[in-house]
Design a protein around this ligand. Structure first.
Ligand code: P6P
Length: 328
């Protein structure tokens, strides 16, 4: 559906949010403020990432996160920045994060929103100066405002998202998000401290010639995945796998392509997390005309059972996702 917002490219995120809010008559401004709070935290994290090489805060933190992964300093710093910004912003009641085993209750009982976030995905790439990203989903809480947070508030299917997006800390830093009326991309201009509207009403090509998958696990893929990889090679498609989900996803969104993290022997449910990686990118993909499944069902239809559950992830150009999964 064509984005309702028509602003000249070059407009900034604040003005876009304001116009977007006008487009939602019932909007009372809390979601707009929440998006601003995320965008602000993204500016702070962007600055810390750009200094990481010098400030010697990249080296492994010595702790492990709930995933058992070495926690990089920046992982921890980013989680603190986003949590603090959302708490101070006052619009979010609770957060689930890749970096925290349990639900983070922000003690904002009057707030009506829940955020699921991967503060810094691909953090193992920090030390080698490869692009990394923040991924976020926003839900409306189900239990009454003022009451304690319930599991039902945080384990909602992706189809219940009221907003989703990512920040890509790449050759330039971009803020890309949707509130269900199309996808819009903003490029950060550090000298102004502003996100400038650079990609209005983004659409993912229906087909593509780029496939992103870790072929190092080829022999532990399911047969239909091996068959699809072979088909891509026979057609001379380009293999592009950055090892950083947001970077691969963003390129495929712009140019067409498919990203696959399938079930493997080591990771029978794949590696990526439903709540704070797959759901957000699945909403962005669908809003841009693409597709996202776990190989059998629409990602956004999956009823979560655990904060940190993994799902196989096929996301990108509709024609490619259909062909790569078991759909005819
Ligand atoms: P592998 C990074 O750790 C990440 O979560 C994604 O950003 C990336 O696409 C994937 O995992 C890489 O995983 O197993 O291929 O190294």
């Amino acid at each position: 559906e064509k984005s309702r917002i028509a602003l000249p490219v070059g407009s900034n995120l604040d003005r876009f949010i304001m116009k977007n809010q006008e487009a939602f008559p019932y909007a009372s401004g809390e979601l707009s403020q929440l998006i601003r709070d995320l965008a602000y935290a993204g500016k702070v994290v962007n600055r810390e990432i750009n200094r990481a090489g010098l400030a010697d805060i990249t080296g492994a933190y010595g702790n492990e996160n709930v995933q058992g992964e070495e926690q990089q300093n920046l992982d921890v710093a980013a989680n603190i920045r986003f949590t603090r910004a959302l708490k101070k912003g006052g619009e979010v009641a609770a957060i689930i994060s890749e970096e925290d085993e349990e639900i983070i209750d922000l003690n904002n009982p009057r707030s009506k929103y829940i955020v699921a976030i991967d503060p810094l995905d691909g953090s193992s790439n920090i030390d080698v100066n490869v692009s990394i990203g923040t991924i976020f989903s926003v839900y409306r809480r189900i239990s009454p405002q003022g009451s304690p947070i319930q599991t039902e508030d945080v384990l909602q299917p992706g189809s219940a998202q009221v907003a989703a997006g990512y920040i890509l800390y790449g050759s330039s830093t971009m803020f890309v998000y949707t509130t269900g009326k199309g996808v819009n991309g903003f490029t950060y201009e550090p000298s102004l401290g502003e996100y400038i509207l650079s990609h209005q009403n983004m659409k993912m090509p229906k087909d593509g010639k780029v496939y992103s998958i870790n072929e190092g696990s080829y022999y532990s893929f399911e047969p239909h995945v091996r068959d699809y990889v072979e088909a891509c090679k026979k057609r001379g498609f380009s293999a592009r796998y950055i090892g950083s989900l947001v970077a691969d996803f963003h390129r495929n969104l712009l140019k067409g392509g498919i990203y696959i993290y399938p079930s493997t022997e080591k990771a029978p449910n794949g590696k990526l997390r439903l709540m704070y990686e797959c759901n957000a990118l699945a909403m962005i993909a669908e809003q841009a005309g693409g597709k996202a499944t776990d190989g059998k069902q629409r990602i956004l239809d999956i009823q979560p059972t655990d904060l940190h559950q993994r799902v196989p992830f096929y996301v990108g150009s509709t024609k490619m996702v259909k062909e790569a999964t078991e759909e005819a």
